[in-house]
Ligand binder design. Structure first.
Ligand code: G3H
Ligand code: ZN
Length: 287
């Protein structure tokens, strides 16, 4: 069954590891992430962006697919199904559709509006047992149509949002969605440390997990990050494995064109990426 992310993240915060949020894009992605979590005995958060939700034919379809897969595959580790970077309207939709966690991304509103809308999402989500993620500052780059300026979060605003009763807080600390530029100057650990002091024991969320060096990941976890989001890296590994399959002409051999064969290398590549991240985040055997 689906669980909210609250308990798994409080445990991660206490025991100094992070739970991975891996965005899903279709059946194969969902299967790859769930099976890897089960094999690693790791809690996991399935992230669904608004665009991915639309691509997968709506939030109720996603809920049905994930719940069915958990049952059919015998998944026993904690799984949260989480709307990623949700607008107010879509946050309300997933609460109704049966998700177990929701991010309301109010970072593009004024802090006053962000507070008002976050309060309402918290009220409605908590009524149904969902966990809530809020964002302060913004994550740079672009993620499925969500473009951020990369403003570093204001510590006082983080405290204000945390005090509303959210279950996890994403703060812009120089992190970027997608591939990091060559001239990237790294994460603002000075700001992260202050936010952590001001909001503890609130689990903090690091978006833009793709390509952040292992030592920075470990330092972020030591400073209070308990949820780390990864999407692009799984997409890149899927694309590379699929390309290799086609370039090797395997789609032309026998029934190699069968989509279940064509998608298999990419699905295995997602599993390998997810496993590598779970090991890096320290969530293996933490279910
Ligand atoms: O919200 C999703 C994550 O922040 C994904 O970031 O695509 O850079 O790994 P990423
Ligand atoms: Zn993100």
């Amino acid at each position: 069954m689906l669980v909210s992310a609250k308990e798994m993240l409080l445990k991660a915060k206490k025991e100094k590891y992070a739970v991975g949020q891996f965005n899903i894009n279709n059946l194969e992605w969902t299967k790859a992430v769930l099976l890897t979590a089960q094999e690693c005995n790791s809690p996991v958060i399935l992230g669904v962006s608004e665009g991915a939700g639309k691509y997968m034919c709506g939030y109720k379809t996603v809920v049905g697919m994930v719940k069915g897969m958990i049952e059919e595959l015998g998944i026993t580790v904690p799984v949260a199904l989480h709307l990623d970077h949700g607008s107010f309207e879509h946050a309300l939709k997933v609460i109704e559709a049966g998700f177990s966690s929701v991010m309301f991304d109010g970072s593009h509103y004024s802090i006053e509006e962000n507070i008002e809308k976050t309060k309402e999402v918290i009220r409605l989500a908590h009524e149904k047992g969902l966990s809530v993620e809020a964002e302060v500052g913004s994550i740079g780059g672009e993620e499925d149509g969500v473009v951020g300026g990369g403003e570093v979060a204001d510590v006082a605003e983080c405290k204000m949002i945390a005090d509303l009763g959210v279950d996890m807080l994403a703060a812009g600390i120089g992190n970027i969605h997608g591939k990091y530029p060559e001239n990237w100057t790294g994460l603002r650990f000075d700001v992260l440390e202050k936010i952590s002091e001001e909001t503890s024991p609130m689990p903090l969320v690091l978006h833009g997990g793709t390509g952040i060096p292992a030592d920075m990941i470990q330092k972020a976890i030591s400073l209070g990050v308990s949820k780390i989001n990864v999407n692009t890296e799984c997409q890149l590994s899927f694309a590379e494995a699929t390309r290799k399959y086609v370039e090797a002409g395997k789609d032309l051999e026998g029934k190699g064109f069968d989509p279940r064969k064509l998608l298999a290398p990419g699905t295995e590549a997602i599993k390998a990426t997810v496993k590598e991240k779970m090991e890096l985040f320290g969530s293996v055997n933490k279910a």
